[in-house]
Design a protein around this ligand. Structure first.
Ligand SMILES: O=P(O)(O)OC[C@H]1O[C@H](O)[C@H](O)[C@@H](O)[C@@H]1O
Length: 459
């Protein structure tokens, strides 16, 4: 992925559709260029001060933890077949995105696998957790429990299940098969891991979960799954470098502007739609990044945030696009295009006597995919529905690393334009606390009484 205008096709931004959203491109860029650069500079200055409690993710591409991750991965490779990752939200979606994009699409079904199979447990669904353990070989399974805070209920429940399973089946040696990735100081998991003798990796205190994909959180599962993690970081470094360019040559700032203006113009929904099955979890990862970063109380009253919708092309073209074209003009649609698939897969001319199907004969799948994307983007623009396209040359570790960092930087800039803290998530906390109260965790008696008084059944 080169960091040029080519990567971001802002062509449709000039369409009538965008005009109706009050976005007049490139005049909007002229008008807001200095504001964008000021937002970027404010982020970089806070980061350079070394005092900011949230911006550690900007340094992750420099790979401080890379050596440790690679050493651990090398130590375990060959000895194990499966890795079970226990985590939720930012402690799961990054790794899932990277592995789904970069492993063989059917890696888990291959007879001879070049790397471990990686399974993500990110819910308290006992059927799924115990169902997975039923089919894994405990002697050849590693468990990576990941929690920035070291306390998250879902992850702790899965950890207890996996530890008990390993203890039961492999006995004393179980501790060798558990790796804990967590905050260096805070939470229950760190002291517990030390007591048990688990290998540990850090989540830097100044890196929030949804910004942690390029820390040990995403890197260890990726490395064990055979991903070129150095290339992933290299691509992210390119995004960091390109972030410093002036607004006219800076796709991160430009797309941040389009998103911000769309929101200001009442386009309250952001549809994120990669045209690639391999990138389907990028939509999930991005949805958390966007929603938790930008859905906030405004400092002076009111609310901010556009609602992310996860989609994948072409699949959701056949379930959602009707609404996006003829429904209300309350959306911005972001497409992700892959110029060249890895395989030169073509559609065979298997029905030479069917003239109606001849247009498909010998067509590359990649051409069909991108024709569908262009057709949809055009159809939306024609109906006044705002959209733009991010383009990758191909799906490889370097381009994906670039795109992930691009999207994190873009989100940070939108947060700055909105005048909010894009790096906390106070709105999620109450639900966690009330869950503790309902489950009878010590120290939450008062909340338990409040729930009872509000008519909630607590026993
Ligand atoms: O990594 P953890 O501390 O376990 O947190 C996992 C997730 O839990 C929370 O509910 C937060 O809202 C997310 O931002 C976070 O990624």
């Amino acid at each position: 992925m080169t960091y040029t205008r080519r990567m971001v096709n802002l062509k449709n931004v000039t369409s009538d559709g965008v005009g109706t959203a009050g976005l007049d491109w490139p005049n909007a860029l002229e008008q807001h260029a200095s504001r964008l650069e000021a937002a970027r500079d404010a982020i970089l200055q806070r980061h350079a001060s070394g005092q900011d409690p949230y911006l550690g993710w900007i340094d992750l591409p420099d790979g401080e933890v890379l050596g440790e991750v690679q050493a651990l991965a090398a130590q375990y490779a060959g000895e194990f077949d499966d890795l079970v990752v226990l985590g939720i939200g930012g402690s799961s979606l990054g790794g899932l995105t990277v592995l789904t994009a970069l492993q063989h699409p059917y890696h888990n079904l291959m007879r001879e696998r070049p790397a471990l199979r990686v399974h993500f447990i990110d819910n308290v669904d006992g059927d799924v957790i115990t169902g997975l353990l039923e089919v894994l070989d405990p002697a050849r399974t590693l468990v990576n429990v990941i929690s920035k805070s070291g306390t998250t209920t879902e992850t702790m429940a899965a950890y207890l299940t996996c530890k008990a399973w390993l203890q039961q089946h492999v006995g004393e040696g179980y501790a060798r098969q558990i790796i804990a990735t967590t905050d260096p100081q805070k939470g229950i998991l760190r002291p517990l891991a030390q007591r048990e003798g688990y290998a540990t990796l850090p989540v830097p205190p100044n890196v929030g979960g949804r910004f942690s994909v390029l820390s040990a959180v995403g890197l260890l599962p990726a490395a064990l799954g055979g991903v070129d993690v150095e290339a992933l970081l290299r691509g992210a470094r390119r995004a960091n470098e390109a972030f410093r360019a002036g607004a006219h040559d800076n796709a991160i700032l430009q797309t941040a502007l389009v998103n911000w203006l769309a929101g200001e113009a009442g386009r309250n929904i952001l549809v994120f739609m990669p045209y690639s099955t391999r990138l389907r979890y990028l939509s999930d990862w991005f949805a958390q990044l966007w929603a938790e970063s930008l859905g906030k109380h405004k400092p002076g009253g009111g609310h901010t945030g556009t609602t992310p919708v996860k989609a994948v092309g072409t699949t959701d073209q056949h379930s959602q696009v009707q609404l996006y074209r003829e429904g209300p003009s309350d959306k911005l649609v972001v497409f992700v295009r892959v110029d060249a698939p890895d395989r030169d897969a073509r559609i065979p001319n298997a029905e030479p006597n069917e003239p109606e199907m001849n247009y498909l004969a010998d067509a590359p799948y990649g051409r069909l995919m991108n024709a569908e994307l262009v057709a949809t983007a055009h159809a939306l623009a024609q109906a006044g529905q705002m959209n733009y396209t991010l383009s990758l040359e191909r799906i490889d570790a370097e381009q994906l690393g670039h795109l992930l960092q691009f999207l994190m930087l873009q989100t940070a800039v939108v947060g700055e334009l909105l005048g909010i803290n894009a790096f906390d998530q106070p709105g999620v906390e109450l639900g966690k606390v009330l869950t503790y109260a309902l489950m009878g965790r010590p120290g939450f008696d008062q909340q338990r009484e409040e729930l009872r008084a509000a008519g909630v059944q607590v026993d």
